[in-house]
Design a protein around this ligand. Structure first.
Ligand code: ZN
Ligand code: ZN
Ligand code: ZN
Length: 375
């Protein structure tokens, strides 16, 4: 540990410095402005907070980066090794024009890339401060770095995967007829933290007909014997990397006689998609691998979303596993494989694992059984 001790879970300064250098290289002459959030955490180890007062990391095409930050928010970056990263701190106080400060730091730029989740009030004010510069999204630049995870990031995703697996292993303790989804969800939420997450980011307990709504939350519906229940849960571990895993349960034998045959199709589809993952194939081909199985069974209309999403510091990030995405998969990419079948008004089922593209194939980070788990 250096004297300037880092945020406990941040990568060390050497790793961050390399990311900043690669960022500048990828920007290829475009100035970049990074707002607080996961992009900022990726680059400097600290996400900061987004407010009406402007905080932005300025990465000029020429010269060193700087962080423009309200003087009152600057202590929040006290753990960041700014000197080692070569980042100058430009503080401002109420009454100053922070947009002019950022613009001056960028210098003469024809194009300015702003991070995707910069609040509109800052984007529009920056446009006024840089009238000659074309504004573009920084997402396509940042994703080139963030999509391919390094060894430490992959280890963090494995850790997150193991933690959420331990929660799924305990779901049978709580999921019972006579309890509400909300009660079950509260137990799961506590376990997510107990098993090593910083917090729960989402807890979906979709019982019976609620399972047919992919982004259902929890409700006061009382779970009944024979219900099929979709449990989709996740959150960040302290290093910032997220888990996201779905398993489908049945409270006793499923009431609807067609469930087992349909579920078998889903399980085959999910496995086909996982098996298709390797470097050199497109993201779209993974979606197709799952969809082909479900369509061949005549159930295509019931699979109403893409097959997956990238995951890392954000739960949903690039690469998206969706029809039309011709992005070529490369080692280090991490994403979910989560086909679902949703019978509106009756029941739904989804199986979701996070997988990592390896040099030769695929490594899932979730290992709970894929079968319909009878509790
Ligand atoms: Zn989702
Ligand atoms: Zn999920
Ligand atoms: Zn997901």
């Amino acid at each position: 540990m250096s004297r300037r001790s880092l945020h406990l879970n941040a990568p060390d300064a050497t790793v961050l410095r390399a990311r900043l250098d690669r960022m500048k290289e990828a920007a290829a002459g475009t100035g970049v402005l990074i707002a607080p959030g996961s992009d900022l955490r990726y680059l400097i180890g600290q996400a900061g907070g987004s407010f009406e007062r402007l905080t932005t990391l300025v990465i000029p095409a020429d010269g060193n980066p700087a962080i423009v930050v309200p003087k009152m928010e600057a202590p929040g970056f006290g753990d960041v090794p700014l000197d080692e990263l070569g980042i100058e701190v430009l503080t401002w106080v109420d009454g100053d024009d922070p947009y002019a400060v950022a613009a001056a730091r960028l210098g003469k730029a024809d194009r300015v890339a702003v991070s995707d989740f910069t609040p509109a009030l800052h984007v529009l004010a920056l446009r006024e401060a840089l009238p000659a510069a074309e504004q573009v999204l920084a997402g396509p630049i940042v994703r080139e770095l963030r999509m391919r995870k390094d060894a430490a990031e992959i280890e963090a995703l494995r850790e997150a995967g193991a933690a959420i697996d331990r929660v799924h292993a305990r779901v049978g303790d709580w999921l019972r007829a006579g309890r509400t989804e909300r009660e079950v969800g509260a137990d799961i939420e506590a376990a997510i933290v107990e098993e090593g997450h910083e917090r729960a980011d989402f807890v979906i307990v979709g019982s019976g007909p609620n399972g047919a709504s992919p982004h259902h939350d929890v409700s006061d519906r009382v779970i009944e014997a024979g219900d099929v229940v979709v449990v989709d849960i996740g959150g960040p571990i302290p290093a910032g990397y997220n888990s996201d895993s779905t398993r489908t349960y049945s409270v006793g034998e499923p009431r609807d006689a067609g469930v087992l045959a349909t579920y078998a199709v889903l399980q085959e589809a999910q496995q086909a998609a996982v098996d298709a993952v390797r470097p050199g194939v497109t993201a779209a081909s993974i979606d197709k691998a799952a969809r082909d199985v479900i369509e061949a069974a005549g159930l295509g209309e019931l699979f109403i979303h893409r097959t997956g999403h990238g995951i890392g510091l954000d739960v949903h990030e690039e690469p998206y596993i969706v029809s039309g995405n011709e992005l070529i998969l490369q080692p280090g990419m991490a994403f979910s494989v989560e086909p679902g079948i949703y019978s509106d008004g009756n029941w739904g089922a989804r199986i979701e694992d996070i997988v990592i593209v390896t040099e030769t194939g695929v490594e899932p980070v979730n290992h709970r059984p894929h079968t319909l788990t009878i509790v």
